[in-house]
Design a protein around this ligand. Structure first.
Ligand code: NAD
Length: 499
């Protein structure tokens, strides 16, 4: 049995806590490796190493730091197939989707090559008589990130690339479900020229997370995962005086107006609802057709598309639309929620419950499900299912449709499909959700914009990547300077005002 490691001070380091978690192959249900779960002492030791290494890294000029990112991009491209394979093996997503996971992280690394420009301060010459004023952005010190299973390449890179480009050291605590790719990324960063100790991967569970939350040296924590854990980490991290940003769960609605191109809407829904087995925080999990006639046409367009979906292991290559879900527990939770949908009166139009894949009976495959005529009081509508289950809630008017999305507790992403510019514009302006698609089902912003939801999908003030990341990973210091020739008038006792 393969025993995975931590990556500390530039070395693969065995765990010493004696605690391990199983890393499964979701396609077969077999344990394929054991990952060590760090103790508080192991986290604290890594933080000490990071704290020693960080000042020298912060003193490296930003252009040289950016060159590490340039080289890292080249190495990611060189190893793309290897990374995608390792990712698929532990996560279960298809190979093209796994390569996309790496690619969307790589794009943020590319953005971070612009760090020298993004870190420039501001300067006011002669802010007062003989007085100049300037601000600079300085690294925080040791920073940390806690990441989810569903994007084991992209989300770690969204955090560590800007953190490190800004001159910080970064401790990554990846998901214990798929830790291999994060370890590979740390190795590649070092091959790209990053000094030892600046990026360390410490595997673990709640004990490691709590050690991060209570370590006084760690200045900031980034978290992506489910909302209850996001709330816990935000509250505890803030109470301990850290800068914290947490991104939580989602229930993304796609509104389909009567004038939408129904083929385009159905294609979009199938990709956005079932891609990656629905295990995306930007997956569309609720379709809201406006009017019964629209709903009937939409269901009619969806059913044959869903019935044609190919579900299988990543080893089947391009011949698969989506793979297994991540664990037996995730599968059981999806099945439980589907049963509540039936019990509470939603109409199960496509029933994936009997799905079986020959030769992979022990894998965590879930067939595609489609519910129609669900209502807002049902569990399948209220809760994040995180599986290949699309729920349709029929609305009679546009106002009712937008109201549904606005009243839902989550506010990560949403989309509207329409040919009408006025409706689309009104929707984009009024909706209380962070990322909006107009005839685009998964509106994940590109690296130079920022990513983040509203409501219970986010805790904190700044978004991920784009300019916000450079604000999150730096502190502003503002200097007011006057040289001795300017001091002529003795002490001043009231607050200075620059006239
Ligand atoms: P999760 O909350 O179970 O785990 C996330 C991280 O928290 C992992 O590193 C895990 O080890 C740690 N963790 C788990 N339980 C903990 C506990 N009790 N105390 C402290 N730490 C704990 O999430 P997941 O299942 O890995 O990921 C899926 C969730 O992430 C979904 O809810 C999805 O919507 C969300 N997600 C959100 C975004 C976003 O940007 N908003 C992006 C991706 C995923």
């Amino acid at each position: 049995m393969q025993e995975l490691t931590h990556y500390i001070d530039g070395t693969h380091t065995k765990g010493t806590s004696g605690r391990f978690a199983d890393v499964m192959n979701p396609a077969t249900g077999e344990v394929q490796a054991k990952v060590p779960l760090a103790s508080t002492d192991e986290i604290n030791a890594a933080v000490e190493i990071a704290a020693k290494a960080q000042p020298a890294w912060a003193a490296v000029n930003p252009q040289r730091r950016a060159r590490v990112m340039m080289k890292f991009v080249a190495l990611l491209n060189r190893d793309m197939d290897k990374l995608a394979e390792a990712l698929s093996r532990e996560h279960g997503k298809t190979l093209p989707d796994a390569a996309g996971d790496v690619q969307r992280g790589l794009e943020v690394v590319e953005y971070c090559i612009g760090a020298p420009h993004l870190l420039k301060g501001e300067y006011t010459d002669s802010a007062g008589p003989g007085i100049d004023m300037y601000s600079m952005r300085q690294a925080l010190g040791v920073t940390a990130g806690i990441t989810p299973f569903n994007f084991p390449a992209m989300i770690p890179m969204w955090m560590f690339a800007p953190a490190i480009a800004c001159g910080n050291a970064f401790i990554l605590k990846p998901s214990e479900r798929d830790p291999s790719v994060p370890l590979m990324l740390a190795e590649l960063m070092e091959e790209a020229g990053l000094p030892k100790g600046i990026l360390q991967v410490v595997n673990g569970d709640k004990e490691a997370v709590d050690a991060i939350l209570h370590n006084d040296v760690i200045q900031s924590i980034g978290f992506v995962g489910s909302t209850p854990i996001a709330e816990y980490i935000y509250a505890t991290g803030c109470a301990n005086g850290k800068r914290v940003q947490c991104f939580g769960g989602a229930k993304n609605h796609m509104i389909v107006m009567p004038d939408a191109d129904m083929d385009q809407a159905a294609d979009a829904l199938v990709g956005a609802g079932y891609g990656a087995a629905g295990e995306r925080c930007m997956a569309i999990s609720v379709a809201v057709p406006v009017g019964d006639e629209t709903a009937d046409r939409l269901i009619e367009a969806l059913v044959p598309r869903i019935e044609k979906l190919k579900v299988g292991p990543y080893t089947a290559g391009n011949d698969v639309d989506y793979g297994p879900v991540v664990t037996a527990a995730a599968k059981a939770n999806i099945e439980r929620l589907v049963q509540t949908g039936i019990d509470q009166g939603a109409e199960l139009v496509v029933d994936g419950r009997d799905f079986k894949l020959q030769g992979y009976e022990e894998g965590y495959f879930v067939g595609p499900h489609l519910f129609d005529r669900a209502t807002p009081d049902m569990d399948i509508y209220k809760h994040e299912i995180f599986g290949p289950v699309l729920t349709t809630v029929r609305a009679q008017t546009y106002e009712e449709a937008i109201g549904l999305a606005m009243d839902h507790e989550y506010g990560n992403g949403t989309a509207i499909f329409t040919r009408d510019g006025d409706t689309a514009r009104d929707f984009a302006n009024r909706i209380n959700i962070g990322m909006v698609g107009i005839n685009v089902p998964i509106p994940v912003p590109l690296a130079y914009h920022t990513f983040g939801g509203w409501k219970k999908s986010v805790f904190g003030d700044l978004n991920q990547h784009g300019p916000d990341a450079f604000k999150f990973y730096t502190r502003t210091k503002t200097v007011t300077a006057r040289w001795p020739s300017g001091i002529k008038e003795g002490g001043e006792f009231s607050i200075p005002v620059m006239e």
